[in-house]
Design a protein around this ligand. Structure first.
Ligand code: ASP
Ligand code: MG
Length: 413
């Protein structure tokens, strides 16, 4: 290569929602080139194209086969890369578009949720060297047996980070319709502030607990390969949020943000015998069907019987309920109930490790607002509570205010 640095720029669906926006993206890429960078652009499907493709499939059949789903969904990104390449040509820049298969994003064969196995860079480097902008379809790849695969909703983020890692890019810029990661969802909390910097660990917890800016797997990938991410808006020139390794010299906020998630439901098994092997039997059966369980609580037992509750994604609820009912019967449990009207509210911050009392303050904020906590789980830098769904806005605002995040006062560790 010619020694020029490489930037990977990922543009999400809202950034390429129509042809005017595609032209805007082309101008941004042109600006980046004028600063002396090689650009590899990773693009999502136009606007809500992927949603519409999913709807079309379900109009045909309630059970589309995953392989055909991938054939269908991959078309979305093929449209956007071609249009963006044309827009670059109009600006007088050499550019070439590729599908995931053409430039070697090799995945396993788990259709609609494929994992990346290998990322080839030869073809991309060749084109960069010729002076072209390389425009790659996000979200899609090719399996070892030459099938088209996709990587789960929001998968273009991970495609972009994987590309950046393989190419040794200086930064992976994620362009979206918000100008960074906020201390809370600004639609719920107008006072929420943009965070200028977050560690991988903090961003992982935020993505896992409902911050929708980045796909969780993209953050895992970035941490594992040390890819610096810059989340920013495609509609402004402002700096967004940098996601990097935690830096010991850097001042650390005790609390980074409050997140919420209404996509989960709670399943409870009543009156289960309290003996070794019960939880193992239940969660093994769920894992065997690829169902991710998030929070789990087991009550104190009375007369050798207890209750177990856990949360799963609403998408998996039906399957989870069937499996749990079957296992409950085998175990001689009293019964199973499901509850869709829950929400999870979480507080994330690296300073929690060294500051006692954070959990107590969070619970107090909920109590002061008469919000009941149904489940609690913690990690070293996160506390999550399950509450009633109807209380979620009130809870996020109360916790955000309790920790002074509204006032722009950032508490430093
Ligand atoms: N187009 C896909 C989706 O909407 C992938 C992405 O946007 O990241 O999920
Ligand atoms: Mg999309």
């Amino acid at each position: 290569m010619d020694g020029k640095r490489i930037l990977v720029q990922k543009f999400g669906g809202t950034s390429v929602a129509d042809t005017e926006k595609i032209k805007n993206v082309a101008r941004r890429i042109a600006e980046t080139r004028s600063k002396g960078y090689h650009v590899v652009a990773v693009i999502s499907a136009l606007g809500d194209t992927t949603d519409r493709l999913v709807e079309l499939a379900y109009q045909i059949t309630p059970r589309p086969r995953a392989r055909e789903m991938d054939m269908l969904l991959a078309t979305g990104e093929q449209i956007s890369v071609a249009l963006l390449s044309m827009a670059m040509h109009e600006l007088g820049h050499e550019a070439i578009s590729f599908t995931g298969a053409q430039v070697g994003i090799v995945t396993d064969s788990a259709h609609t949720k494929a994992k990346i196995l290998d990322v080839k860079v030869g073809r991309i480097l060749e084109e960069l060297e010729k002076g072209s902008v390389v425009i790659v379809a996000g979200f899609q790849g090719v399996s070892l047996d030459d099938q088209i695969t996709t990587r789960g909703r929001g998968g273009s983020d991970t495609t972009a980070v994987a590309r950046a890692a393989a190419l040794g890019a200086e930064v992976c810029e994620i362009y979206t319709d918000v100008d960074g990661v906020y201390t809370a969802d600004p639609r719920l909390v107008p006072e929420a502030r943009k965070l200028s910097r977050l560690s991988y660990e903090e961003m992982l917890e935020m993505a896992a607990t409902g911050a929708r800016v980045l796909q969780l797997r993209s953050v895992e990938f970035a941490r594992n390969y040390g890819v610096v991410i810059h989340v920013r808006s495609s509609f402004s020139q402002e700096e967004g949020t940098w996601i990097t390794e935690e830096d010991e010299r850097m001042e650390k906020a005790i609390i980074s943000g409050v997140t919420h998630d209404v996509s989960e439901a709670k399943v409870t098994v009543f009156d289960v015998p309290d003996r070794p092997g019960v939880a193992a039997a239940l969660f093994k059966a769920l894992a065997a069907e690829n169902i991710n369980v998030d929070m789990i609580i087991q009550n104190v037992s009375e007369n050798q019987r207890t209750d177990i509750s856990f949360t799963v994604s609403k998408e998996d609820l039906q399957k989870a309920e069937e499996i749990t009912a079957r296992v409950a019967e085998e175990l001689g449990a009293g019964g199973v109930s499901v509850d869709r009207d829950i929400a999870k509210v979480s507080l994330v911050g690296a300073g929690m490790r060294t500051h006692p009392g954070v959990a107590a303050d969070m619970f107090a904020a909920l109590a002061e607002n008469d919000i009941n906590i149904e489940m609690i789980s913690t990690s070293t830098i996160k506390i999550s509570c399950v509450i009633r769904a109807e209380d979620v806005e009130k809870a996020v605002r109360a916790i955000h205010a309790k920790f002074g995040l509204d006032r722009g006062v950032v508490m430093r560790a």
